[in-house]
Design a protein around this ligand. Sequence first.
Ligand code: MN
Length: 493
Amino acid sequence: MGSKQKETIEGLIEKVKDFCPEHDTDIIKLAYDFAKNAHEGQFRKSGEPYIVHPLAAAHILADMRIDPVIITATLLHDVPEDTEVTLEEIEENFGAEIASLVRGITKLGKLKYRGVERYIENLRKMFVAMAEDIRCMIIKFADRIHNLRTLGALPPQKAYRIALESLEIYAPIAGRLGMEWMKSELQDLSFKYVYPKEYGRIKQLREAKITGKEKYYSEVREQAETALKDAGVNIISVGGRNKRLYSFYQKLMRKNNEVNKVHDLIALRVIVPTVADCYATLGILHKLWKPMIGRFKDYIAQPKPNGYRSLHTTVFAENRQIVEFQIRTQEMDDEAQYGIAAHWHYDENGAHIPRREVAWAQELARIQKDVLNKLSDLEAIKIDFLETRIFVFTPKGDVIDLPEGSTPVDFAYHIHTEVGNTCTGSIVNDKMQSLDTELKNGDVIEILVDKHRKGPNEDWIKFVKTSTAKSHIRSYQKQRRLPKWLKSVLPGK
Ligand code: MN
């Protein structure tokens, strides 16, 4: 993705014809001419005619093989806000569906990052648009990616604000929607402007670590391929993938800057036809090379909260060098790359990935409920929604999704307010653990309660992570300070 050839409307139509031959491309040409006309006389900060921007954003989506309807709307995305042409005229010319997408984007507004108030306002708009039609977000991300690619033309202070907003808001939302490629692109492009020094350092470090490894990795790859073929496993492909820059930076920070503790800077990705082939591949690799203890992750049986599925394992390959393998089917790989956009992505056979409507719909409903309710509290949003999540289990096997660093008290409040208020201890993976224990992915948690307990311990506020737990503990603190007569007339407890 991200072709370097000159981006023309002819090139765009070629790309669309390639993955969706049956689509009427006349409408794409029409949308281009319409937008070009409307933006006539307008220029980007770089000095280029304005139409270069919607065209480049459309190219980003065409490279992702995204539905031509979305691409057409992308060409028109800045017309109503920036020109005399109205949404009604767009609807007359291009029909209700495209007009509705353009309306969604227009409602999102332009780049206007100014302080916390605006930040929250932008978020609110984004979630409303997302709830109405998730396709708007796909366009918005492409729009933002192109704006970031051309950020150098803006005054530094403005460039910084846009990059910061992209890094803190846009990228995590893309991640939450499983759109890995767009997330990484947003992060890497912003990184340079938000943390310029770190960007330079990390880039060099990554370069140094990767250089000279090609030969070794291609040997390991060949050995793996041979072993798999000998065992009769069909392989679609085995390829290397380098960890993206910002992702490497984040991991490095989590590992206290110890680069030798980052084992997946280069990983080998094995794509096989079926789920059964994934497990077979895992077995063969573990037979060939000794796996590193505690590094195997089965995201097929337990997908990540954003839907990511794959098997990960780290082995001691030739010369006892540490190599990470990621094993998945083609469908999982497409989903890992495109996330929610996979529904509008055409695969090599011109087909869409089958929709898993219910899961996505539920996720969206949850995102809305979670976030719209707390838009007044930016910290709550950042902690609960945008941070990395872990998933843990009830003794019955129900999956609970919590922010990283959550404790049994967070878990208890997630189950029920009463469980939170009366909890006295926890059993994590069959062992008694204190209530401030930091939970890890895959933990099974049982909460011990004492029905006679009056309420939460005020000290819990020091270690809980979720805003739900915090607000319950705080409201209990407040209530305790109220005079008795007032408490008795308040609703609830
Ligand atoms: Mn735009």
